[in-house]
Design a protein around this ligand. Structure first.
Ligand code: ADA
Length: 558
């Protein structure tokens, strides 16, 4: 059942989505901005990427959004922005209350109590690239980075004391034992009560940080085949919070990825949240449609490349039983970024937001960081180490990995729980080869043999990217590069090898749907300025490879 569930029954939460006042100011200095002088000459939906709208396509600069919000006078509230891209400042009644510099993670802004019910919310958004301000975003990423309030906005009315966060960890999925970590703001000594699936399971006296243990009355483990979900309700005075969770454990051990103690094989795709008309702000219908197509293909796994995913997508994965690799934003960072203190600080802050927002989703079974960083150089180790340690502190229950593009030269394998290779044999670097498909299997063998020769046989092995471009509708008698036929034969070769090779625990094909990328420059190797390695095109129309994948994966899954 694809049903949203209420996160709060008592707490007043108002959605701030809808049509906001809007103006695009273009390439002007942020610090010159005078909020009182702004003329709002247009309207813009929230959530949406303003530069995915034809009127602002390709524009980079400052944009200002405004709307009225209504909150109980005399009561503080908190604004929750699920994602604003790439950088923003938040003002309420003209007062600067927050700033945020990562386009794909959610954040909170505290709003002090006011005298009046109606208040003015203004969000200044900048989608220009600026390393010092938004060090996590670079314009050379191989995916288009849109701007705007790209995910939902909520207003939470909370008093001085409220439930800030809760993290549910499974201790025993069969018996139903869980560990609950609760964070509470300003409520020492107030009674806190817990209910599991509607039944009372305990009451306590609140303190700022609590570690509790309880047992689910009628436990049913979560798995892809039976994605059963439980609900924990916390109640603190007139505040409450409902956490939906699944009873399941994940481990990386003995060369296997184990879900509830059983080896699991990952069959799936990398997926960008991307569509030519909506940019990254996908309508619910498209999120569901993508998962229905993935299910039709026989997939059980999605790697959220290359940034934290929309929470609605993770909710759907929880409900439909998909396994997810949730990844921090990162793409090809090298010494310039990895050695920069501002970058490292922003990166850790982003990981913290990602983990704290997504760690109750049973679908998330792996955390990933820094796709294709320069892990063949010494500068990568300190950043990887601090990132992985930070994630493990916030969530000791899931393995952590990073996708390397240096399978034979990587210097950091020891830091990861799972080895993950992005490899493109038979696509890149085979200019002088007559039969590029013949390169695929030997290269996979070589990569695995290398990892194992370094003593990492006990770590699960995943091909986190592999693929070839196929232009939708392009066929040619010679079945060369960019034909749907070459792409289909390529994927067939890969998947047959994966099926035959017991050392491979999972695959994320690159990628599910074609996605908009660089506009100029590097787009010379990206026909149409799209990354065309999708099994479906950007409108989700299946290419020839679709039936191959479906035949091979369905045969495995059934
Ligand atoms: C890299 C990268 C992907 C994509 C891919 C490709 O491995 O991680 O985002 O750019 O290459 O298509 O070349």
């Amino acid at each position: 059942s694809l049903k949203p569930y209420p996160r709060h029954q008592l707490r007043k939460v108002h959605p701030a989505d809808g049509v906001w006042d809007f103006t695009f100011l273009g390439d002007i200095a942020r610090d010159k901005l005078d909020l009182d002088q702004i003329v709002y000459d247009d309207a813009m939906p929230v959530p949406a990427a303003f530069d995915a709208m034809p009127a602002y396509a390709g524009r980079r600069g400052l944009a200002v959004y405004r709307r009225k919000i209504s909150v109980t006078p005399g009561r503080p509230s908190r604004l929750n922005f699920e994602a604003v891209s790439l950088w923003c400042r938040i003002y309420v009644d003209g007062r600067l209350l927050g700033e945020h510099a990562c386009g794909y993670t959610g954040f909170w802004v505290d709003v002090p109590a006011g005298d009046f019910q109606d208040r003015e919310l203004v969000v200044v958004v900048d989608n220009r690239f600026d390393f010092h301000r938004s060090p996590l975003h670079e314009h050379y990423f191989d995916f288009y980075q849109w701007g705007g309030i790209i995910r939902s906005v909520w207003i939470h009315e909370v008093g001085g004391s409220y439930l800030k966060d809760a993290f549910v960890r499974t201790i025993d999925p069969v018996v139903g034992d869980i560990h609950v970590q609760v964070q509470i703001e300003g409520a020492n000594g107030t009674p806190l009560s817990l209910e599991l699936d509607g039944l009372p399971v305990g009451s306590y006296l609140a303190s700022a940080r609590m570690e509790l243990r309880c047992r689910v009355p009628e436990p049913q483990p979560w798995s892809p085949g039976t994605p059963h979900l439980h609900h924990l309700r916390l109640r603190l005075g007139d505040d409450d919070m409902i956490i939906r969770f699944g009873l399941r454990t994940v481990e990386a051990r003995d060369g296997q990825l184990m879900l509830n103690g059983e080896p699991v094989e990952l069959r799936g795709y990398n997926r960008h949240e991307s569509h030519p008309q909506f940019g990254p702000a996908l309508p619910l219908s498209l999120l569901v449609a993508d998962l229905q197509q993935l299910r039709d293909l026989g997939a059980n796994f999605v790697r959220g490349s290359h940034y934290p995913q929309d929470q609605r997508f993770l909710d759907l994965c929880d409900e439909m039983g998909f396994l997810v690799w949730e990844e921090g934003i990162g793409w090809g960072q090298r010494a310039r970024q990895l050695e920069d203190a501002g970058f490292r600080k922003a990166h850790l802050a982003m990981l913290e937001e990602m983990v704290c927002t997504s760690r109750n989703h049973p679908c998330v079974i792996l955390w990933g960081v820094l796709n294709e960083l320069g892990s063949n150089e010494n500068c990568a180790r300190p950043v990887l180490e601090e990132s992985i340690n930070r994630i493990r502190q916030l969530d000791p229950t899931r393995p952590v990995t990073y996708a390397t593009m240096f399978p034979l030269e990587d210097l950091c394998y020891d830091l990861a729980d799972v080895i993950a290779h992005n490899i493109y044999p038979g696509w890149y670097g085979c200019e002088d080869v007559e039969d590029p498909l013949s390169l695929i299997v030997p290269h996979i063998h070589k990569c695995i043999a290398h990892v194992d020769s370094l003593g990492h046989r006990a770590k699960p092995y995943i091909i986190s990217e592999i693929g070839a471009e196929g232009l939708y509708g392009w066929h040619d008698a010679l079945n060369g590069f960019f034909t749907e036929e070459y792409q289909a034969a390529y994927i067939e070769t890969v998947l047959c090898e994966v099926a035959a090779n017991a050392r491979i625990n999972g695959i994320a094909l690159w990628h599910f749907s074609d996605a908009r990328t660089y506009v100029g420059g590097r787009a010379l190797v990206r026909p149409r300025a799209f990354n065309n390695k999708g099994t479906v095109d950007e409108y989700r129309r299946p290419k020839r490879a679709y039936e191959h994948v479906k035949r091979l994966w369905r045969a495995k899954g059934e």
